[in-house]
Ligand binder design. Structure first.
Ligand SMILES: Cc1cc2nc3c(=O)[nH]c(=O)nc-3n(C[C@H](O)[C@H](O)[C@H](O)COP(=O)(O)OP(=O)(O)OC[C@H]3O[C@@H](n4cnc5c(N)ncnc54)[C@H](O)[C@@H]3O)c2cc1C
Length: 392
């Protein structure tokens, strides 16, 4: 490619959000370049893609490629495993109640990323540069993206999909509002002797949620929110001891556990970018917001950023407007703010209500779950919100 060849959009970051964005833009005929960043290590985590995300990926023409590696999440069960005075009833949400086959589908992160990367490499309208961005500069008409290897790229719009430590965000001078939690998400994958029956289970404990999410076969991924000290202890256990410990935490509902190699510990934090845009720059997904892994919201929220941006760029291109213009960027920021801030608040409230020793707060959580168990319209509204639909 010639130096400074002009694209409509350069997407920075080859994680799931950047790959999905580049594929979505290319599918609509927008001239797009994707800079993937360095090769990544194996990621043993999984991602629950909720129904809204499945629709987005399907619309971009890539869901059919991923579907075979996923396990459906047909029902979701919440069980109170606290030993507190006020305990909530067990609540099970069934996707059939809102006319769906599943709330979403769980997929191993590597299968998700590699599936999307294969689709990106096959997409003739997408220029893929497997290198890193070293610098972003903006002038009146376009932005220039310098690469560690190869000629610089120029585009009307540069999108930072480059994750938590986003270089694009730093180049735009956008700060983050940060809130740290006193907890760590411990992750592992287990094989079990009883079938999960496509039910994901979230146990509410005094240290945070402990979640079992189905994978294909008799396997499940585990996200266990614990104190930092507890996470260090769990990281140090032998596979046999860890299997026993996790099985006990799950009350043996899936029979005997055997952990697979590859566990992880991720400090909980909530971070939101002060703004999602700067001249000729937009941020999506973790470059813009980092959520605690509670309620499977993180990437699902990121894919809604992606869908919004694809729709806005597509419309601007169809009208012959500047796809990196100030008006489009302001509209994107406005469109995404309330969803991002609302999800952050919801996860924060749930997490605090679990950590709180304050009886009225425990009672409110218990009463909330009681209402969710009993009141049909409320159940259905919450289920729709949970899968990524907007509040009416
Ligand atoms: C324990 C845990 C469980 C989770 N479970 C769920 C779940 O069930 N459902 C859900 O929706 N979300 C979940 N999440 C959140 C989800 O993992 C993240 O939202 C998602 O990975 C973010 O994707 P991303 O593409 O924004 O960022 P990343 O995956 O971090 O990708 C960023 C990419 O940018 C690249 N990059 C960085 N710098 C540069 C550069 N200078 N030039 C070019 N490229 C660059 C990197 O190499 C990387 O490939 C979970 C998170 C955790 C911690």
């Amino acid at each position: 490619m010639a130096a400074h060849e002009m694209h409509d959009v350069v997407v920075v970051g080859g994680g799931p959000a950047g790959l999905a964005l580049a594929l979505g833009l290319a599918a609509r005929g927008i001239s797009t370049a994707l800079v993937t960043g360095p090769e990544r290590n194996v990621d043993h985590r999984t991602t629950a893609l909720l129904e809204g995300s499945v629709r987005i990926l399907d619309d971009f023409g890539v869901w059919s490629r991923l579907a075979a590696s996923t396990a459906p999440l047909r029902d979701m069960r919440i069980a109170d495993a606290t030993r507190r005075l006020v305990r909530a009833p067990e609540v099970t949400f069934r996707s059939a109640e809102i006319g769906l086959e599943a709330f979403g589908y769980n997929i191993e992160n590597d299968a998700l990323r590699l599936g999307l990367l294969a689709a990106a490499l096959e997409q003739p309208r997408l220029h893929v540069a497997r290198t890193s961005v070293t610098r972003v500069e903006v002038d009146d008409t376009a932005a220039t993206v310098e690469l560690a290897e190869g000629a610089p790229l120029r585009a009307r719009l540069v999108v930072g999909a480059d994750g938590r430590g986003s270089l694009v965000r730093a180049a735009a001078g956008i700060g983050m509002r940060t809130h740290a939690y006193p907890q760590v998400a411990f992750t592992a994958t287990v094989r079990h002797t009883r079938p999960h029956e496509e039910i994901s289970t979230e146990f509410h404990t005094e240290s945070g949620p402990f979640t079992l999410v189905p994978l294909p076969g008799d396997r499940s991924s585990i996200v266990c929110v614990v104190s930092e000290r507890e996470a260090i202890r769990l990281m140090g256990l032998s596979e046999a001891d860890l299997s026993r410990e996790l099985e006990a935490r799950a009350g043996s509902i899936l029979g005997r556990f055997t952990v697979e190699p590859g566990r992880g510990a991720f400090p909980l934090a909530a971070e939101t970018a002060e703004t999602l845009v700067a001249p000729r720059i937009a941020l999506v997904a973790e470059a813009a917001h980092i959520m605690p892994p509670i309620g499977a919201q993180g990437l699902n929220l990121g894919l809604r950023d992606v869908a919004e941006l694809v729709a806005l760029v597509d419309r601007a291109a169809a009208l012959g407007e500047d796809v990196g213009g100030a008006e489009l960027l302001a509209r994107y920021d406005r469109a995404r703010r309330s969803d991002i801030e609302g999800r952050m608040r919801a996860v924060d409230v749930l997490n605090r209500s679990l950590l709180s020793d304050f009886l009225p707060i425990q009672s409110m959580r218990g009463f909330g779950l009681y209402l969710l168990d009993r009141v049909g319209p409320l159940r259905r509204a919450v289920m729709r919100l949970g899968i990524g639909e907007r509040a009416a």
